[in-house]
Ligand binder design. Structure first.
Ligand code: HEC
Length: 468
């Protein structure tokens, strides 16, 4: 007995050590979801499950993930985390992605269409009808006077869908640089479309004859005859061409003045573009319906300035809408981590990026502690954490009396439609509608008076119907 006692002690000690080791591992992996939330969620979505449902481009092994997290994908818009996270944190994140992906893949067989959702707001019940499914990323929508819906898919396709749901492809789409956030983006009708059939598209145009990686946010104008685009012409290109594949901005709206307003993101060149007037990036532009420049633009007479600039200091504006009540131009833009902004855009004004922001770098470092500076416009409101806003529309018409005049803002990362109740230029109340419906890309009022919005990956278009 005495002789085997030391063996027991040894075994006991050994098992104790291995327990310690296990619990140490357990502690560090318990931090992984927190690391994910802190460093990754702002771009990839609030839960790792969302991130994992994607068409993988760079491989799905643990090694692929480790390399990706360390080095990032700078052209696509993800920086590397090598300096910021320890090797152990990176390994844990990679393992976390591998296991989450495995788990989800096993479930995927039973994942079906999103359930028809209902939502009660201001005492009214709303239902979502599915208008289109099996899409990739439906980026822009416009309703023709006859009720047909024109929508773009980011990879480069234009569709015309009738109210009965039948859909045909529109020919004449531009060749796009379809990488990262680039592709075929917004669509807008001329205010006199019924007479002149003019339609406008924004897209990331590859540099002609140049390096295929270089691209620029561009507005193409055409005539829509049935399912055909004719008379095709690019009327605006945000120069210079740039190699990064993100922050194209790219929303368009016609104003009451008959001019076309176009947003352009800063293409990830925050220190070079948004604060200077001789580059077109990080700006809202104002042009005529054929691409000329109105002579009352704020920098029209300033030597060296890009004459189409209407406002500057923007980051990545993907929401634009004129208030039907006041005529104000509302714009929203993605902030860095936190600090997404809702602005009322005025001519010649500076909206501050990157001098002023409520957000931080994606890695958590702050790049400015300034939130207000003389000569820089403050946002109407801002979102921390980021909702990743995309798409925006005012609720008009008579179908939604409880929401009339409200501003609807899509959220990519939180997967809802945000409803802002406005009083003049103030947001007095916010509500999140249709939680977890998908990454919301575009919102538009239909010619039938219903609200439509699209979500991506997987892509759907929904109609919001009030039910008695
Ligand atoms: C600033 C936004 C941003 C942040 C923050 C971010 N990523 Fe990314 N990530 C991207 C972009 C953009 C891509 C490239 C997508 C593409 O090329 O289609 C990407 C790609 C990836 C890929 C490769 C996906 C594929 O398709 O193969 C992995 C893995 C990944 N990220 C993991 C992470 C992890 C883990 C974190 C947190 C440590 C993180 N990312 C933080 C923007 C971000």
């Amino acid at each position: 007995m005495l002789r085997i006692l030391p063996l027991f002690v040894l075994l006991f000690l050994l098992s104790f050590c291995s327990m310690k080791k296990q619990s140490a591992e357990a502690v560090s992996s318990a931090d992984v979801p927190a690391d994910y939330t802190k460093y990754c969620a702002s771009c990839h979505g609030a839960s790792a499950e969302v991130f994992v449902k994607r068409d993988w481009k760079y491989g799905t092994s643990r090694l692929d993930f480790i390399r990706g997290i360390k080095e990032g994908y700078p052209l696509a818009g993800m920086q590397g985390y090598a300096g910021l996270l320890s090797d152990e944190q990176i390994l844990d994140l990679a393992k976390y992605l591998v296991t989450t992906r495995e788990r989800l893949r096993n479930q995927q067989a039973v994942v079906e269409d999103p359930k028809p959702q209902t939502f009660v707001s201001e005492g009214v019940t709303y239902r979502l009808d599915t208008v289109a499914r099996d899409l990739e990323s439906p980026w822009g929508m416009a309703f023709l006077p006859d009720g047909d819906l024109i929508f773009t898919e980011k990879a480069g396709t234009i569709w015309r869908q009738k109210p009965d749901g039948t859909r045909s492809q529109v020919t004449g789409a531009p060749a796009v640089m379809s990488q990262g956030q680039g592709g075929l983006l917004d669509v807008e009708l001329h205010p006199k479309f019924a007479e002149n059939k003019l339609i406008y598209f924004t897209y990331s145009k590859p540099q002609p004859g140049g390096d295929s990686k270089m691209s620029a946010t561009t507005v193409m104008r055409a005539r829509l005859e049935g399912n055909q685009l004719t008379d095709i012409r690019d009327i605006f290109t945000a120069l210079p061409f740039v190699a990064t594949q993100y922050h194209f901005g790219s929303r368009m709206e016609f104003g009451r003045d008959g001019y076309l307003y176009v947003t352009v993101g800063e293409r990830g060149k925050q220190d070079e573009f948004p604060q200077v007037l001789d580059k077109a990036h990080g700006k809202v532009h104002r042009i005529t319906d054929n691409g000329d420049i109105p002579s009352d633009n704020p920098f029209f007479n300033q030597p060296g300035a890009v004459q189409s600039i209407w406002s500057y200091g923007h980051r990545n504006p993907q929401g634009l809408a004129f208030s039907p009540a006041t005529g104000d131009l509302w714009e929203h833009e993605h902030g860095p981590r936190g600090g997404d902004e809702l602005n009322v855009v005025q001519p010649g004004k500076n909206y501050g990026w990157p001098v002023v922001s409520y957000g931080t770098h994606y890695d958590g470092r702050s790049f400015t502690d300034k939130t207000a500076v003389e000569g820089i416009e403050s946002p109407v409101t801002y979102w921390v954490p980021s909702i990743a806003p995309c798409g925006m529309a005012f609720v008009t018409g008579d179908r939604y009396p409880a929401w009339k005049g409200n501003l609807l803002v899509g959220s990519l990362s939180f997967r809802f439609v945000n409803r802002c109740v406005l009083d003049g230029r103030k947001v007095v109340k916010q509500e999140n509608l249709f939680n977890d419906v998908g990454r919301v890309r575009a919102i538009a009022m239909g010619s039938d008076g219903y609200i439509y919005f699209s979500v991506e990956n997987p892509g759907y278009i929904f109609r919001v119907v009030p039910v008695k």
